[in-house]
Design a protein around this ligand. Structure first.
Ligand SMILES: Nc1ncnc2c1ncn2[C@@H]1O[C@H](COP(=O)(O)OP(=O)(O)OP(=O)(O)O)[C@@H](O)[C@H]1O
Length: 256
């Protein structure tokens, strides 16, 4: 469970990233955050694992305050939160297996990790994770030899190997073509359904949000302007909030 309690974020230059966010995301939800460019989607997502520090309020992850946590406690909360980025964030010259195993780093001593000594159990977890995203046969291929969509699925496998309870995905399909987008989103949906991992995903496309989300949160200028189920997220509701959005234009802007 992720709880935002009156959360605001003002960047050092005075820009407001988030304003008075108050909401709870329950275990197993598939939440998609939508909003125009600059609405605060990344700020929202990155506040959950404290990649960004909030300036007011508190965020609780499974009833523990990540806002107040320090040292080992912070480390342990973060271990439960996987992150998927638009640009995959893989070590491109390492094998797929090494990349997936890096999800296990948080469970071992630094010394052990310097020597890359992952126990057998970790390797089994990594192979299981790769199997789930259909890439077990690529385990010993270099990451940069895979297509963009496959690389994104490796990053999903890394979050699975981490045994994350929550996955944050920041524009995971923004640099992928429609077919690959579907494969990656289908993987996220399958993982959410089968493993009950909570998903919080930033997307530019309202159409995709409607296809995959169980709940849509709309942001505008750092505030929540819509929070509801897919059936409530009608074109009319969105038009009232955002004006008429030209999806094609948004996609083009995102690709730049
Ligand atoms: N490091 C920063 N310093 C100052 N302002 C920032 C910083 N990062 C983001 N902002 C500002 O905070 C607001 C929210 O940005 P954020 O990146 O969260 O929006 P977004 O909805 O994710 O946008 P996009 O869809 O373009 O990625 C914007 O006004 C942005 O310019």
């Amino acid at each position: 469970m992720i709880e935002f309690k009156n959360v605001s974020k003002v960047y050092p230059n005075g820009t407001r990233g988030l304003t008075n966010i108050d909401l709870t995301i329950e275990e197993g939800e598939f939440v998609v955050i939508v909003g125009l460019s600059g609405a605060g989607k990344s700020t929202f997502l990155r506040s959950v694992n404290r990649l960004h520090e909030i300036t007011e309020g508190e965020i609780n992850v499974n009833n523990k305050s990540i806002t107040k946590a320090k040292g080992k406690a912070l480390y342990e909360i973060r271990r439960d939160i996987g992150m998927i980025f638009q640009n995959f964030n893989l070590v491109k010259r390492s094998s797929v297996m090494r990349n997936v195993l890096s999800g296990r780093v948080g469970y071992h001593s630094t010394l052990r990790m310097i020597f890359g000594l992952f126990p057998k159990h970790d390797k089994e977890l990594a192979l299981d994770a790769l199997e789930r995203v259909g890439l077990k046969d690529k385990a010993y291929v270099r990451a940069d030899q895979l297509s963009g969509g496959q690389q994104q699925r490796v990053s999903i496998a890394r979050a699975l190997a981490q045994e994350a309870k929550v996955i944050l995905a920041d524009e995971p399909v923004a640099s992928l073509d429609p077919l690959t987008t579907k494969q990656v989103m289908d993987d996220l949906a399958k993982i959410n359904e089968e493993l009950k991992i909570t998903m919080i995903v930033n997307l530019h496309s309202v159409d995709l949000a409607k296809k995959y989300a169980t709940r849509i949160i709309g942001l505008k200028e750092g505030k929540v302007v819509f929070d509801g189920s897919v059936s409530e997220a009608t074109d009319k509701a969105f038009e009232q909030i955002y004006g008429k959005v030209d999806e094609e234009n948004v996609r083009k802007r995102a690709a730049k």
